[in-house]
Design a protein around this ligand. Structure first.
Ligand code: G3P
Ligand code: MG
Length: 245
């Protein structure tokens, strides 16, 4: 990707912890602080439909129980994904990727779709999410940035939608991290911020890759990372870190 179209400030799971993660309400809250790009987690329902959810199970963030991929889209629609956070958000639904595409495109916002497969569904999830993203964002401005900790999911996304940009998520940097980025034909490294310093960012840039990181909630740390040339910073602190550019 020669022309990097994404802003440097990216809201994590919509609005971090200020509203129920991975719900449309969270996106609206993040947007109210000026955020124009949103990271969120996508996995598949039992009937193969991409929906937003971080955990592999429903228990923490919905009124449901058990594995997310045990319920169909219709069954997921009956759950409350907001009441666990606070009464103000009770009744908030589990969004589909299609609903998020409608909201973000209508408002000119950009997205980072983290492909987060339920364990054992890596290939299927990578392919289905990339195909859905391709069709939802066709002719609709800036393409979504796909990312994943799963190299299998990224490979599947590459096969079905080679033109959608991809970033490899790494919680710790293995010795061959640059080689992995090359093999997967990623455009960016997306690392835990604790793994980054000026040398790592410089090495990625010299090799032609952009660098994003998660989850930076401290203003001084954010300033350091940006001074080293960081290209994208994913944060929960949407009320404290102003998205200047
Ligand atoms: O995409 C970056 C970040 O969201 C990865 O961690 O667990 O919050 O999905 P997690
Ligand atoms: Mg995520």
């Amino acid at each position: 990707m020669t022309n990097w179209p994404y802003p440097r400030f990216i809201a994590h799971r919509g609005a971090g912890k200020l509203a129920p993660e991975n719900t449309l309400a969270a996106f609206r809250h993040g947007a109210s602080f000026g955020y124009r790009m949103f990271e969120f987690d996508v996995k598949l329902s039992a009937d193969g439909k991409p929906i937003l959810m971080h955990d592999a199970t429903l228990d923490r963030t919905t009124t449901g129980k058990g594995r997310v991929d045990a319920l169909t889209l219709g069954e997921l629609a009956a759950l409350d994904a907001g009441g666990w956070h606070s009464p103000a958000y009770a009744g908030e639904p589990v969004p589909t990727l299609a609903a998020i595409a409608r909201y973000t495109q209508a408002n000119g916002f950009m997205v980072n779709i983290e492909i987060k497969p339920v364990p054992g569904t890596e290939y299927r999830t990578g392919a289905a999410v990339a195909l859905d993203a391709l069709s939802l964002w066709r002719g609709a401005g800036t393409p979504p940035l796909l990312s994943s900790f799963s190299e299998v999911a990224l490979e599947a996304a590459h096969q079905v939608a080679p033109d959608l940009p991809r970033a490899l998520l790494l919680d710790t940097l293995p010795a061959d991290w640059l080689e992995r980025l090359r093999q997967l034909e990623c455009v960016a490294l997306d690392a835990n911020h604790r793994e980054l310093d000026a040398a790592v960012i410089g090495a990625a840039h010299s090799a032609g890759f952009k660098v994003l990181c998660y989850t930076v909630n401290d203003r001084a740390r954010a300033a350091n990372l940006l001074s080293w040339g960081l290209d994208g910073l994913i944060t929960d602190a949407v009320d404290q870190i102003a998205p200047q550019s």
